[in-house]
Design a protein around this ligand. Structure first.
Ligand code: PGA
Length: 254
């Protein structure tokens, strides 16, 4: 573990469209350099535009996913992969089913895992990542509480894939996707902070005014488990793509 702050590459895009395009270009460049790239994939509103551009670039034959391997960062516990709010459904619908990824190269977290067997499940998930040589590029969103994946505040720096209780702020924020806040799952399975930090490269995306404060505290504040994304200051290869609203409280830009 490194104990000094490493400068992160911060790119401020004109708007959400441009952020999404830059993120897709970043991923495509990485695949061109390494066709068998191993990706960790995020969900949420922020990466939707990136997925749209990736599908578009695939349709224009600018990128080939036939050797790419993917893992999803997280999943709600208790939702089937067919549930419209499960992350498996989101990823299949917005990305996986629209490009030429091979079925055997898609590794999705199991929201229906038996929580009493979580440690065995976690071990297997981590081993599968190791078997393919580790994650080359982890793409992340960020919650208003600084979570990355579903690593809520308090998550340990060396945490691995595990079941976690969702934070009240996360339940509140994600209730917009459900009919009623009571329907939002209270637990999730997520790659750990340690799993994410073990990735060769990290790409974090954030858009909108409601992310400005957490972007400022994550990128320019102290490294603390209270703001999980702040630990990214200690990873040697992090790129952050923001829109102007999300960047509005940063002192250092580009
Ligand atoms: P959002 O979620 O993109 O929907 O804001 C990000 C996250 O919670 O990681």
């Amino acid at each position: 573990m490194l104990y000094y702050r490493i400068p992160m590459q911060i790119i401020v895009a004109r708007n959400y469209e441009s952020l999404s395009q830059k993120a897709a270009d970043f991923v495509v460049s990485a695949i061109l350099l390494k066709p068998s790239l191993v990706l960790a994939l995020p969900t949420g509103s922020t990466p939707l535009g990136m997925y749209k551009f990736l599908v578009e670039l695939y349709n224009r034959k600018k990128v080939d996913f036939s050797q790419v391997k993917v893992f999803d960062l997280d999943e709600y516990c208790g939702l089937t992969p067919e549930h419209s709010q499960s992350y498996a459904f989101y990823l299949r619908h917005n990305f996986l089913s629209q490009v030429n990824l091979k079925k055997e190269n898609i590794h999705l977290q199991d929201g229906l895992l038996d929580v009493s067997q979580a440690s065995q499940y976690s071990k297997q998930f981590e081993e599968t990542i190791e078997e393919v040589g580790g994650i080359d590029l982890a793409i992340l969103g960020i919650g208003r509480n600084g979570h990355i994946g579903f690593n809520e505040p308090g998550s340990k720096v060396d945490s691995l894939t595990r079941v976690i209780d969702l934070d009240d702020k996360t339940i509140q924020d994600n209730s917009r996707f459900f009919e009623n806040i009571s329907e939002v799952p209270r637990k999730a399975v997520t790659m750990g902070i340690g799993t994410i930090l073990n990735s060769q490269k990290i790409l974090l995306l954030a858009a909108g005014k409601n992310k400005a404060e957490v972007i400022n505290s994550s990128m320019e504040g102290p490294v603390t488990v209270r703001v999980p994304a702040s630990i990214l200051q200690r990873h040697p290869a992090v790129t952050i793509i923001l829109d102007q609203d999300a960047a509005s409280q940063l002192k250092r830009k580009e």
